[in-house]
Design a protein around this ligand. Structure first.
Ligand code: 9Z3
Length: 313
């Protein structure tokens, strides 16, 4: 039997995926958001993906395989894109780090508050500034239609939602961007070959065969949103192979840049790999509050501006 072509693999993935819950609701929010940002003063729109996708092992899922990502990169990048005037569709893994919440304690969140008496709860003085900024910035971003948050958990949800967003952004053309910081599963259990009920234990070791997730990046570039500016990420734990892998991804998927990062140093530096050469981007280590995303998003926004200018000429 001949092996399936790339397009066939993609269609077979979507045909066999469990349908997205609340799809109508997601589409309504998405189209409303894009319309608000495309009429009148036209804004650039970026889809930031963030957090890791899960691979369920059972249809009524008790166990799953997960991809590591705290969501910090996506959340911090979203804040910077909003600051730079973009409208952001934030496609994030439920429960991961959120924009404007990075300086709040999450463990335990209740540390932020103190109870004075039965009727009065106050923000603890040590967190007043952080809570005030978080609430005000988040409310402003949502009220001005600069931020739309859409959650996912599984690889099935993530890819279906990415396709919806890409298709909805097609007409925004070069003014749209994909910034794909989510950690996406490479392997999965096809829905049709997955057991419905919880896998039974007690009968020795478990053998599972994982299929390869079709490479959606190619389809995103060629079919879903070919005119969008597209930034993908490459994560490795072995620094020796990182740049080579990122360079190969750049050539294979024809994205506009690949941001290469190594797991242990990802908060200190990244390398932006593109056809114009490799640029190392670091956080300003002399400023304690500086984060690598401040400098990274400045560079990406600049590159996007050049791309828009070149597409008009
Ligand atoms: C990244 O490389 C992100 O920068 C991180 C951010 C996940 C490392 P955190 O969320 O970390 O701040 O904790 N994302 C892409 C990872 C990925 O799965 N890339 C694929 C690959 O490396 C290509 S799509 O093959």
């Amino acid at each position: 039997m001949s092996s399936m072509g790339e397009d066939e693999e993609v269609s077979s993935f979507f045909e066999s995926s469990p349908p997205l819950k609340k799809m109508e609701d997601i589409l309504e929010k998405l189209n409303g958001f894009i319309e608000l940002n495309s009429s009148g003063e036209k804004r650039r729109i970026v889809c930031v993906t963030s957090g890791g996708t899960t691979v369920p092992l059972e249809q009524r899922c008790v166990r799953y395989i997960d991809n590591f990502s705290s969501g910090n990169r996506g959340a911090a990048s979203t804040e910077n894109f909003v600051k730079a005037g973009y409208a952001v569709v934030f496609l994030y893994r439920s429960g991961t780090c959120q924009p404007y919440c990075r300086s709040l304690p999450d463990d335990p969140f209740l540390e932020c508050f103190q109870s004075l008496d039965n009727t009065n709860i106050q923000v603890h003085s040590s967190h007043v500034e952080a809570v005030k900024m978080a609430v005000m910035d988040q409310q402003a971003a949502v009220a001005e239609a600069r931020l739309l948050k859409l959650p996912f958990t599984t690889i099935y949800e993530y890819l279906q939602m990415l396709r919806l967003i890409a298709t909805a952004l097609k007409d925004v053309g070069p003014c749209s961007m994909f910034y794909l910081a989510a950690a996406v599963s490479d392997f999965y259990v096809p829905w049709n070959s997955m057991t419905e009920h919880k896998i039974e234990s007690g009968s020795g070791p478990l053998d599972i065969r994982l299929a390869q997730v079709p490479k959606m990046l190619s389809i995103l570039r060629t079919t879903w949103a070919p005119k969008a500016f597209c930034i993908s990420f490459k994560l490795e734990t072995d620094a020796k192979i990182l740049i080579d892998k990122a360079t190969k991804a750049l050539g294979k998927y024809k994205v506009h840049a690949v941001v290469a990062n190594e797991l242990s140093t990802r908060k200190e530096e990244v390398v932006v790999v593109s056809s114009s050469g490799n640029v190392v981007v670091r956080r300003d280590s002399d400023k304690p509050e500086s984060i690598v995303e401040d400098n990274l998003i400045r560079l990406i926004v600049d590159r996007h501006s050049t791309y828009i200018k070149e597409s008009h000429s």
